[in-house]
Design a protein around this ligand. Sequence first.
Ligand code: GDG
Length: 471
Amino acid sequence: MGRLIVVSNRVNPPADAGVETAGGLAMALAAALREYSGTWFGWSGETVETFTGQISMQRIGGVTVALMDLEEQDREEYYDGYANRTLWPLFHSRTDLAAYERSFDAGYQRVNRRFAETLAPLIGPDDLVWIHDYYLIPLGQELRRLGVANRIGFFLHIPWPGPRTLTTLPQHRRLVESLLAYDLVGFQSNDALTAFGEYVERELDLKVQDGIIAFGDRETRAGAFPIGIEGEAFARLTQAPAARAAFERMRQSQAGRRMIIGVDRLDYSKGLEERFLAYEQMLADHQDLAEQVFLLQIATPSRDAVEAYQEIRARLDAISGRVNGAYATVDWVPIRYVNRSHRRDELAGLYRAAHVGLVTPLRDGMNLVAKEYVAAQDPEDPGVLVLSRYAGAAEQMTDALIVNPFSREEMSEALARALAMPREERRKRWRRLMDGVLRDDVAAWRDRFVAALAGDLATVTNTGGDSRKAS
Ligand code: GDG
């Protein structure tokens, strides 16, 4: 096998000393690239007056990184536009927020062509090419147009919407057909895989047989490859000095109260508004819990340029202010709402200090926070995970308290149940969750995908989203 070439919109390999800040995905892809001596290609995040297609090569943390700049118009139409204002809301079933503008579509096609033209000369005859996420769906097809005959795989990190939702996109057919230029298309969950199959059969009138779709002179395999975290390393991180300090500081400020934690990018898909309202409901339903609990919600701002994000921010400010105004006492604030980002090791300590991990997205490809929360727990006295049924993680993490994030009552009940759960039951549930997190970790995900892309058929047919069947 040749090298592995990973392509994503942004490229962020951890620097050697950056263990505590880099995300699990970046670490895993960087590790994969070191193993296969490959290259990670993407946008630098910078814009220039006129696109040149020049590549700047660097070595960061043992990984070869190839970056290109885009134009300001590319950023507006491709990144802020089609990716984040069209595909992100649409794939999270928010057609009410999706903007369908031809200029966005044209920008998306143009930038994918730019990616292809810049990348193609870097690809050697035996290299495997692994393309990531909704920014780059047509890239495989663009590479084929330039004569690239290598094995090319695509992995979608976000959900795949139902066929009726997807057909609201004016260019839906072209978008899905472009996926059939890949040798392998991977999804996070069986739910996403099934929805993709439904579209292909219903709208393209093609058959999906044993995960294989024949289209023109090509065959594309589709499978579920649920992503994981570095479970062991994350558990170890809770013992790092900054993690211990965060844990101690939190325990002291808790004053014996139990803590519910939420950690999310500030995004309307994460169900933050519904979460705050469910917590408010719980305070109303369980007056005995007043002053006994608090919710720490860390919501890291992202994509501030997009209007929908400013709106959600304003609504969350309003709800948290109202709940705190109604319930707070001189020494108790029911919602601690923090818009600042934290170091990864600090996060590990905060997860460990929390009695409940509240992960309730309305739609989520996987959700790594659920797995990080589990990995950070004290085995002797673990907290309880409350998890939305609409997170991809719910297919694997069946020992969590699974909730419907659209139902305030159901979430309020689950919270009360989690807070009252006896230690014995908490330990049993946690053990099974942790076994899954350790077994189906990010290295297992990477190896399964790369093996399948390289043509190892056994790993493709075994698509189990239910990790216990997949091992
Ligand atoms: C997409 C898909 C899929 C958050 N705040 C801070 C911080 N984080 C880290 C978390 C976690 C990551 O960000 C968030 O990952 P999620 O999986 O929860 O969500 P998305 O960002 O939407 O990711 C998702 C994922 O891709 C991978 O395929 O699971 O479904 O939407 O790791 O810990 N990290 C630090 N400081 C923060 O303040 N250091």
